[in-house]
Design a protein around this ligand. Structure first.
Ligand SMILES: [Zn+2]
Length: 759
């Protein structure tokens, strides 16, 4: 269940990579080459070093990994004659690997340029360790130089094949020492890998969009991009890149070439070249060194709904990136319009909370219905689930746009900074969960009272989810820092973990424990230190960490240093770590959640709840034989006040929890009053839970529609349908699953299978 980090990054660093791939929709395959510009840290054989470091075996990155030597018997013996170059990969068809030496002269690499290419990475390493501050973007000239070399290598025929072995989770290439020049300590060379992806590789989802057109996108799988490309898949291995995707005429797949769009996590809009056969090649690049896991790609026939033309200058508007919004043409335009109205307000709010938006452009794609989460932020590219944007009807409600705020916060947290140990996912998720509320409230310009009351309700909802998840999951999934404090070593060298604990556990992706426990820790720190002070300190911390990695300890130490009220409290760093990060279960501080007595929104929900319960019991006493046919209770149906989405979710959840009896007319009335049909996906979800818990067969159709339209949110409803012990509900679960199964995301399919076919 753990994710292995196999690459020997300490020996060889990939500075830049270039993918040049053809997309074949009917084969569901990408094929072509990956060219990796590398720098070796291994010492050449004749230099004055010890035998251990010479052979590169037993170097820190390898020795930390206990499982890595379980490969086949044909594992190359690197011995003294070759340098190992190990890349993480999964389900890739590797055809050949070649070595290109990059002598200074032949590629117009004057000494200065050569120095720039290589030393760049040294200072990058220092910077990652947090020792040095530098710009987190590589100079344009260097990026162009890589591209020129790539063009030259494509023309040239001189390349030397190298031995390689494909193992279950990695590709081992051995580079003979004789290929390297012996007088270079940090030598630049390139490795070319010819390969193709396999249709069952989990990094790419080949599917149909909402218009039934073929498309493919990187699904943010637990294996990251390992079945898209061989890569050094670990947080500190950051590279710049170019990527070229050629889409060819493909009659079998019914792809209209001139309608195809390729979206990528690149920093400028694509270069598009049409060759004489009518094939389209889309090219993107990134001069921001980033982990391979952040790369994102989508190929399909989406239409550009709109774009904002904001110029980046010194005006007030300068903090807003240029945005293009892509969606299937059949999608309802009203919610998309609400989204484009929301974005400028959201960027202003982000500016006030986190500072200048650090990237210059952003593409947003409304992904196919089988996308397995609500949103996924890559550099310059945001995948949004239709559940975040669309409502049941045409009413453009936008109440789930806080999720857009959440994803945009990831630009700072997860894209341009990130946890040093991927197991400490709470750092980015908890922070984004915390900041989404602050940003969303500012974007919608809620008054102080409105913000306080609405956010308190949202907090209560989060608390209820956290409590439910903690009672239903195994303890090892509830720890925010299962590897302990990875920075606490006596040596100056930072310990890099070689596995991501539970990194391949499919249950982990369906859980929100890390998000929510992290959220409540940050909220607690905010309460102890004062909201404005806390936000200011967070902003400074994030600014300091741009382009770097950080740990839980880094963040908490900084808070204690900068926040006097926190220091003066009885809290200590070790107590916080012990209670919140290193223990399973609910932290002591969170043993209960009390809503402020003055919260008028909460009172309204309570009143609704009691009148519904009173109405139901009144009817049962009067007409015990005719409950289902009773006239609807006028008081609950005609009440003029429309509840807010948070209130509606809470009311429905409380009705489920209190097992309140509701008559059929009452249910009907409630459904109308809460505008379930047109409501945001979250309200519909709670409604479905009520329908199932009340065995209200009349609204079976609502559940079926929800499971189809909001696949990422519906997984646990299958379980509820099954334990309802009602034949028709169970049949519905099986029917919908059979229909969606072929296109379902893998982790969801596995989870639903477990519920439908328990062993
Ligand atoms: Zn997130």
């Amino acid at each position: 269940m753990d994710l292995l980090l196999s690459s020997n990054y300490n020996d060889v660093q990939v500075l830049h990579w270039i993918l040049d791939l053809k997309c074949n929709f009917s084969q569901k395959q990408l094929s072509g080459t990956a060219l990796l510009f590398c720098q070796s840290s291994c010492f050449p054989p004749d230099s004055d070093v010890t035998p251990e470091s010479k052979a590169c075996i037993g170097s820190s990155s390898l020795s930390k990994s206990p499982h890595i030597d379980q490969g086949g018997s044909d594992t190359p013996a690197y011995g003294k004659n070759a340098i190992p170059f190990i890349l993480d990969c999964d389900t890739l068809d590797i055809e050949a690997c070649f070595f290109h030496s990059l002598p200074k002269k032949s590629f117009e690499l004057d000494s200065q340029c050569y120095e720039n290419l290589t030393t760049d990475s040294e200072s990058m390493n220092e910077c990652r360790k947090g020792n040095q501050s530098r710009s987190y973007q590589v100079h344009e000239d260097t990026i162009n130089k890589y591209f020129n070399i790539f063009q030259n290598l494509k023309k040239g025929t001189f390349k030397r094949p190298v031995d390689f072995v494909v193992e279950k989770s990695c590709l081992r290439i051995s580079i003979p020492h004789t290929y390297l020049q012996s007088n270079q300590k940090r030598e630049l060379f390139a490795v070319e890998i010819n390969y193709q992806t396999c249709r069952e590789g989990p990094s790419l989802t080949w599917t149909q969009d909402q218009n039934m057109q073929p498309c493919v996108y990187t699904s943010g799988h637990l294996l990251n991009n390992r079945s898209l490309m061989p890569c050094q898949d670990m947080p500190e291995a950051m590279s710049t890149w170019h990527c070229y995707i050629t889409v060819c005429a493909d009659k079998a797949a019914d792809v209209q070439l001139d309608k195809v769009t390729v979206l990528m996590a690149g920093e400028t809009e694509p270069s598009v070249v049409v060759d004489q056969d009518g094939n389209y090649t889309f090219g993107y690049h990134s001069s921001y060194p980033m982990p391979a896991s952040t790369f994102a790609l989508a190929i399909g026939t989406w239409s550009e709904f709109c774009s904002t033309q904001t110029k980046r200058d010194n005006s007030v508007e300068s903090f807003k990136p240029r945005v293009r919004l892509f969606a299937p043409s059949s999608l309802d335009k009203n919610p998309l319009r609400s989204l484009t109205d929301y974005l400028p307000a959201c960027f202003s709010a982000l500016h006030s909370v986190l500072g200048l938006y650090p990237l210059q452009r952003l593409d947003i794609l409304i992904v196919p219905a089988n996308f397995d989460s609500l949103g996924m932020m890559g550099p310059h590219l945001l995948f949004l689930s239709q559940s975040t944007v669309m409502c049941g009807g045409t009413e453009a409600e936008g109440s789930m746009f806080y999720r857009v705020a959440h994803e945009l916060c990831h630009t700072w947290l997860g894209v341009l900074t990130g946890p040093r140990d991927w197991t400490e996912e709470w750092l980015t998720e908890g922070l984004c969960c915390y900041l989404e509320d602050v940003v969303h409230a500012r974007a919608l310009m809620w008054s102080a009272t409105e913000a306080r009351e609405r956010l308190e309700l949202r907090c209560l909802l989060k608390y209820r989810v956290l409590k439910a998840e903690i009672s239903a999951t195994s303890e090892d999934l509830q720890m925010l820092r299962p590897n302990g404090d990875t920075t606490a070593t006596d040596s100056t060298d930072t310990h890099d973990p070689c596995i991501v604990k539970n990194g391949l556990n499919p249950h982990n992706t369906l859980l929100q424990v890390h998000y929510l426990k992290g959220f409540f820790l940050l909220r607690y720190l905010e309460q102890m230190s004062g909201k404005e002070e806390f936000l200011e300190v967070l902003k400074t911390f994030i600014e300091n960490k741009m382009g770097k990695l950080f740990s839980s300890t880094d963040l908490l130490e900084f808070c204690f240093e900068q926040l006097p009220k926190l220091r003066q409290s009885e809290l200590t760093l070790s107590r916080i770590c012990q209670e919140w990060l290193d223990s399973p279960g609910m932290p002591q501080t969170l043993s209960e959640f009390l809503v402020d007595d003055e919260n008028s929104l909460f009172k309204e929900v309570q009143n609704e709840l009691s009148s519904l319960k009173a109405g139901a019991s009144r009817k049962r006493r009067k007409q015990p034989g005719d409950v289902m046919g009773a006239a609807s209770d006028a008081s609950s149906c005609s009440s003029p006040k429309v509840l807010l989405p948070e209130q509606r979710v809470l009311l429905l959840d409380l009705l489920v929890e209190e097992d309140a009896r509701l008559t059929r007319p009452q249910m009907q009335c409630l459904r109308e009053r809460l505008r379930v049909q047109d409501a945001a996906a979250e309200v519909q979800h709670s409604w479905c839970e009520l329908v199932i818990s009340r065995k209200a067969l009349a609204w079976l159709g609502d559940v079926e529609r929800f499971l189809t339209q909001h696949q990422a949110m519906g997984v646990y409803l299958y379980g509820e349908l099954m334990i309802s012990e009602n034949g028709r509900f169970q049949a519905l679960a099986h029917k919908v699953f059979q229909r969606l199964r072929p296109c379902m995301a893998e982790n969801q399919r596995l989870a639903v299978e477990e519920m439908l076919f328990p062993t």
